[in-house]
Design a protein around this ligand. Structure first.
Ligand SMILES: CC(=O)SCCNC(=O)CCNC(=O)[C@H](O)C(C)(C)COP(=O)(O)OP(=O)(O)OC[C@H]1O[C@@H](n2cnc3c(N)ncnc32)[C@H](O)[C@@H]1OP(=O)(O)O
Length: 449
């Protein structure tokens, strides 16, 4: 599919004309110009990582580039294989765990956007907008009802209909932090075995992926990698990791069954002869609280270390409260997963509800106009939902981003109404919808992608 931006003819110094760009498929043959763009956009060159290794994670069936239709010759540029890229984006066929019917959870496909970048010479001239329109329209054509991303900057994606649906909570725990979980969990955690292996081998990567998918079944908000992504995700580049150790995997097992994993690195450090090594935990997930407790206890108990930083947690994470709460755990938080309902009806039918609901939604969505209409959302006491077009009067008027924000059961619509984003047209409708969409616990942060 090619979308072309309209050509502007009136010169305007403050608002330069939108460049005419064409969106094209990218392949490994474009490696040189992809890396040239990426280096300019991210100015973050990992030493020791080849272009081939960097690009191995991309799914080239879902990777697109923006080419200038008429590139002008540029002084000081050596000839390249093709015209330089004005921008690019890629996506992966991922999955997310959402609230299900009857108090359960449901795993749903999610189009995960990544590698978004526009050449600095061409920024703020509409190229991202062109790529986002194509991305969301392609997802619609391909039947992908839910799209997600992690935003490099928080101000970018709301205008494209994404809402921040989960928080990324980082905990910093001192070595030896007491994790007070109560006698029953203490006993259950005592029955969980843990062991450490280098994460970068094919054998370890296969087990990490199994543990990752297994834990996501019971973890609201969990975002998962495909098997293909997993095969390249944890390759370790000795030069790029600097003074830190190779990535390590810690596995939890109970009765020889895999029940959780942690991925971490330690950085050696000494202060006046006292060991002060730092542990950085990149991923931590378990299928049950006892396995999480067993992993957590080992992570805060490494010799020669003094602190452990754990990324990717939630406000309801047991680890946070076992450690004594936000002040004891040095809590910091930011936005994690941004969700976008590509097809409002399919996405709202796919998740479950906390109780009965019957509301007419008047959805505003200029980027995906097929959503911009009134929809009747119903669910019975069993929480099984259905969302169908209707001409009935609206009960709630809201932008599509508000539904993305509330989709994982966090960010209640009642709170969004209080903030002025959502408007009630029938008294009581916002509370009814808000309660039905609310989850029992806060979603976990997404993995980095
Ligand atoms: C999922 C991910 O991969 S997130 C990674 C995003 N990439 C980066 O941050 C890398 C560095 N930045 C860039 O490459 C570019 O500046 C981008 C991709 C952020 C923006 O690309 P541009 O082509 O300049 O955006 P474009 O001109 O299409 O702007 C579209 C809209 O977004 C707004 N916008 C663009 N960048 C930002 C920003 N960083 N913060 C807030 N608003 C922004 C524009 O003002 C414009 O708003 P409007 O349409 O409401 O008037």
């Amino acid at each position: 599919m090619n979308h072309e931006s309209p050509e502007t003819t009136t010169p305007d110094v403050d608002h330069p004309p939108a460049p005419v760009t064409t969106l094209v498929d990218l392949s490994l043959a474009d490696a040189e110009r992809i890396m040239a763009l990426e280096h300019l956009v991210w100015f973050e060159i990992a030493p020791g990582v080849s272009a081939q290794d960097s690009l191995a994670e991309l799914d080239f069936s879902r990777t697109r580039g923006a080419e200038l239709a008429s590139p002008t010759p540029r002084l000081g540029v050596r000839p390249q294989a093709g015209p330089p890229l004005a921008g690019m984006y890629a996506s992966w066929a991922m999955a997310v765990t959402a609230p299900g019917a009857d108090g359960g959870l449901v795993r749903l496909p999610m189009n995960g956007l990544t590698w978004v970048g526009v050449h600095p010479d061409l920024r703020r001239r509409g190229i991202l907008r062109q790529m986002m329109v194509e991305h969301l329209h392609s997802a619609h054509d391909d039947g992908e009802a839910i799209a997600g991303l992690q935003a490099a900057e928080p101000g970018i994606y709301g205008r494209f209909g994404y809402g921040a649906a989960s928080l990324d909570v980082t905990l910093t725990l001192g070595r030896g932090t007491q994790l007070d979980a109560g006698a029953d969990l203490d006993q259950a955690a005592g029955e969980v075995g843990t062991h450490i292996v280098p994460a970068g081998t094919p054998e370890a990567m296969e087990v990490i992926q199994r543990a990752h998918l297994g834990a996501a079944e019971s973890t609201l908000g969990a975002v998962t990698r495909t098997d293909a992504m997993a095969a390249t995700w944890f390759r370790d580049h000795p030069v790029a990791r600097g003074g830190r150790e190779p990535l390590q995997a810690m596995f939890a097992t109970r009765d020889r069954e895999l029940s959780g994993y942690a991925l971490f690195r330690r950085t050696p450090k000494w202060e006046h002869g006292v060991p002060a090594g730092e542990v950085q935990v990149r991923e931590l997930a378990a299928s049950d609280p006892a396995s999480l407790l067993a992993l957590g206890r080992r992570l805060v108990d490494f010799d020669l270390t003094s602190s452990v930083t754990v990324d990717g947690r939630s406000m309801d994470d047991p680890l946070l409260w076992w450690a004594g709460g936000p002040r004891s755990a040095g809590l910091r938080a930011g936005d994690s997963l941004w969700l976008r309902l590509v097809d409002v009806d399919k996405a709202l039918t796919a998740r479950g509800y906390a109780g009965a609901v019957d509301v007419v939604l008047d959805v505003v969505d200029p980027v995906c106009p097929w959503n911009e209409r009134r929809w009747r959302l119903t669910a019975g006491e069993d929480g099984v939902g259905a969302c169908l077009p209707t001409d009935a009067d609206a009960d709630v008027h809201l932008p599509v981003a508000a539904l993305g924000a509330a989709y994982l059961g966090s960010r209640p619509l009642a709170a969004q109404a209080a903030a002025g984003t959502v408007t009630e047209r029938r008294p009581g409708a916002v509370a009814e919808l808000s309660r039905a969409m609310r989850g029992d616990i806060e979603p976990i942060a997404a993995i980095g992608f």
